[in-house]
Design a binder for this molecule. Structure first.
Ligand SMILES: CC(C)(COP(=O)(O)OP(=O)(O)OC[C@H]1O[C@@H](n2cnc3c(N)ncnc32)[C@H](O)[C@@H]1OP(=O)(O)O)[C@@H](O)C(=O)NCCC(=O)NCCS
Length: 280
């Protein structure tokens, strides 16, 4: 199969949506826009006979590291090197930007491809989901979150500033922007997205189990889709117990991988859940 790579534009979003629908993923048009806004020259499509058959997107965090996400190949075009070529292109692009480290959360299908390209495993993440009867769509009034303080703490926890991204997530779903205090101190926070298939909690961060639970309970009160996703961090001591207690079922593994230096690992033990595998 002949194909070529080119920079992705907003006109390719419907094609990207088609590929992610086939893969059964949860992203929306808004998520593609987040990548294109953050990285207008760093998102790519593979095209064959005028049709988009593959995608890969990047987002750089403060020049400390970049994330690679939305690596998708049309099932009819798989096993022919499209995924490899897209990854090589994103690596070349990020190297050209002088970014010392690249990260991603790999599906079992993607992992061998990334290993061949020099990515190594950092730790495991687990996708958990909750299926339930649709809740009445009565979202309680959002309590204002002290966003500046949350974003400052998030920089330490995540390992780099992702304020622009989190602001856009909070703008789209203000009812999921949550925080909790303990003795006056910010002890936990969360954001969430309304995906095409599920409400998706993340990032979900807490300094202790009580704060983790109170954020989680509040999110579930506010969420109303019949499906909820949480990408739980294996290094976190509380998340697996909490999701199990709330009736979530294990869905699939993801592996956080890094290529190059890992000078800014953040605080994975304080993250109950990531924002999402595509963004970190
Ligand atoms: C993971 C995914 C992107 C891989 O895409 P792909 O285009 O099939 O990947 P490639 O063709 O480059 O490599 C896959 C296999 O084909 C082989 N291959 C590469 N070039 C080839 C060629 N010219 N001819 C035949 N086979 C080839 C590769 O060696 C590899 O096999 P191996 O893993 O046994 O070594 C694709 O399976 C997919 O979209 N999966 C669903 C979404 C997903 O999980 N994405 C990853 C997110 S982290």
């Amino acid at each position: 199969m002949d194909f070529h790579l080119r920079v992705m534009t907003a006109a390719d979003i419907p094609a990207g949506m088609r590929l992610k629908e086939i893969a059964g993923w949860n992203q929306t048009r808004g998520d593609w826009k987040r990548f294109l806004r953050a990285s207008p020259a760093g998102c790519f499509v593979a095209e064959s006979e005028g049709r988009v058959v593959g995608t890969a997107a990047t987002i750089a965090y403060e020049g400390r590291f970049a994330w690679i996400g939305m690596v998708l190949v049309d099932p009819a075009a798989r096993g022919q090197g499209v995924g490899t070529k897209l990854l090589e292109k994103t690596i070349e692009y990020l190297d050209g930007c002088g970014i010392p480290s690249m990260k991603l959360d790999a599906t079992p299908q993607g992992k061998p491809l990334y290993e061949k390209l020099g990515f190594v495993s950092e730790y495991e993440i687990e996708r958990w989901h909750l299926r339930r009867a649709p809740a009445p769509n009565a979202v309680p009034e959002a309590n204002p979150v002290e966003l500046e303080e949350v974003l400052q703490l998030d920089r330490d926890i995540f390992g780099a500033d992702r304020a622009v991204l989190l602001r856009s997530v909070a703008q789209d779903a203000p009812e999921f922007a949550l925080q909790t205090r303990s003795e006056g101190r910010l002890a936990g926070y969360a954001f969430g997205r309304r995906g095409s298939r599920a409400d998706h909690l993340g990032p979900w961060v807490a300094q202790d189990e009580i704060s983790a639970r109170s954020i989680f309970d509040e999110f579930l009160r506010r969420s109303c889709q019949p499906m909820v996703f949480v990408d739980g961090m294996r290094p976190n001591p509380w998340v697996i117990g909490l999701v199990r207690d709330h009736g979530f079922e294990y869905a699939r593994p993801l592996t956080r991988m890094v290529r190059g230096r890992n000078d800014f690992p953040g605080r994975p033990e304080l993250q109950c859940a990531v924002l999402g595998p595509e963004f970190g």
